[in-house]
Unconditional design. Structure first.
Length: 380
């Protein structure tokens, strides 16, 4: 038997599988109608467990696990189809629709914006890329930015969320659990770190380098070439430049942006010292109220999932079923809840798509807790 004959056999089996699959889904639709009429839940965990055990046993030892995975996906497809037929628009969906209608069509030009750090910070640079002429207020730490938004002191806040070299900014993700906010836009900023010193300082004179911990991580290769130098993390790269300038010392340096050299009268002793040339930081722009501007094609959510096998798989399988791409998945421990995690998802999906509407109506059933963080577009 040659390969073509084997493929013909597979094609014949696939023809049968397709017919049986459609037949199964049609019956699932009737089940959905029955459940709707009798006010029954779509998910019946005990029945699914029993079916999975039965099909695995029927398949035998070698194919048991494969069959279990196949049927797990079939269950997700069936639930998704049943949910679509029985879909009742959730209060969240109504809130999203109201926000789309209430949000101005033009993105704000001159709002009051909260940024962490001091003048010259990368957050400021990102802010001025997002807004035409923002009025910027500076705060010492990330939590103060969240608080400024919640208390109405500023209309928007700018926060770094991840870097292409150093990864996620965990402090910001942890603060997301504590605070109420919405994401209205994101921006990817090309980041170049420079070794800034007071004039007259030579490379061999440097004994101390100041910078933010993320910048230090992004420049680890360069820093390893400096022997006997102490690396001290500070709250912001611009703060590091300000400290060096105010000290007047010729034995210290800052890893900071090029703009900070001119701003604080420093000399750029070594330019672009980050490990990777393609070094980008993604910033989120947050607001107190839900605002959804035209063109929003990305969505962020966070959820607490049941602490049992398959919980995350169910969410990912449902997203796969709906054809929604996950561009970011992050997990962070929930304070005071042992071995429980908050999961953050960034999704590629337009707010105007049927898949988005269906997802918003199904997420409560997939998680113990769920929060919609907003839909937005990303500026590059």
């Amino acid at each position: 038997m040659d390969i073509n004959e084997l493929r013909n056999e597979i094609d014949a089996i696939d023809d049968q599988l397709v017919k049986l699959f459609c037949q199964r889904m049609n019956i699932a639709a009737k089940v959905a109608d029955f459940k709707r009429e009798h006010n029954m839940p779509i998910l019946v965990p005990a029945r699914e467990r029993q079916i999975l055990a039965d099909v695995a046993e029927k398949a035998g030892e070698e194919m048991g696990n494969y069959t279990r995975v196949l049927y797990s996906m079939l269950f997700e497809l069936s639930r998704s189809y049943q949910s679509k037929r029985n879909m009742v628009l959730s209060s969240l969906h109504e809130q999203i629709k109201a926000s789309i209608e209430a949000t101005p069509k033009l993105f704000p030009q001159t709002p009051m914006v909260a940024c962490q750090g001091v003048e010259g910070a990368y957050s400021q640079i990102a802010c001025e890329k997002i807004f035409k002429s923002p009025i910027i207020m500076y705060f010492k730490n990330f939590e103060a930015v969240f608080t400024a938004i919640e208390q109405g002191l500023c209309q928007y806040g700018i926060l770094p969320i991840e870097n292409s070299t150093a990864g996620s900014v965990n402090k910001v993700y942890d603060l997301m659990i504590k605070h109420n906010f919405s994401i209205v836009r994101t921006f990817r900023l090309k980041v170049d770190h420079n070794l800034l010193v007071n004039k007259g300082t030579k490379l061999e004179d440097i004994k101390t380098v100041y910078s933010h911990e993320q910048a230090i991580s992004q420049c680890s290769g360069f820093l390893n070439t400096l022997s006997g130098v102490k690396i001290i993390p500070v709250e912001n790269t611009a703060v590091a430049a300000q400290m060096v300038a105010q000290s007047g010392r010729t034995d210290c340096a800052a890893l900071s942006s090029r703009s900070c050299a001119e701003l604080y009268g420093l000399q750029n002793l070594a330019a672009s010292v980050q490990d990777k040339g393609n070094n980008h930081t993604r910033f989120i722009c947050i607001s107190k109220n839900l605002e959804i501007y035209p063109g929003s094609d990305k969505t962020s959510i966070m959820m607490v999932l049941p602490h049992r096998p398959g919980s995350l798989y169910r969410v990912l399988a449902r997203l796969y079923t709906l054809g929604i791409n996950v561009t970011k998945l992050e997990s962070r421990p929930i304070p005071e809840r042992e071995f429980e995690f908050m999961f953050y998802f960034d999704l590629d999906t337009s707010i105007y798509s049927e898949e988005f509407v269906q997802l918003m109506c199904e997420l409560d059933d997939l998680s113990e807790e769920f929060k919609y963080l907003g839909s937005y577009s990303e500026v590059i």
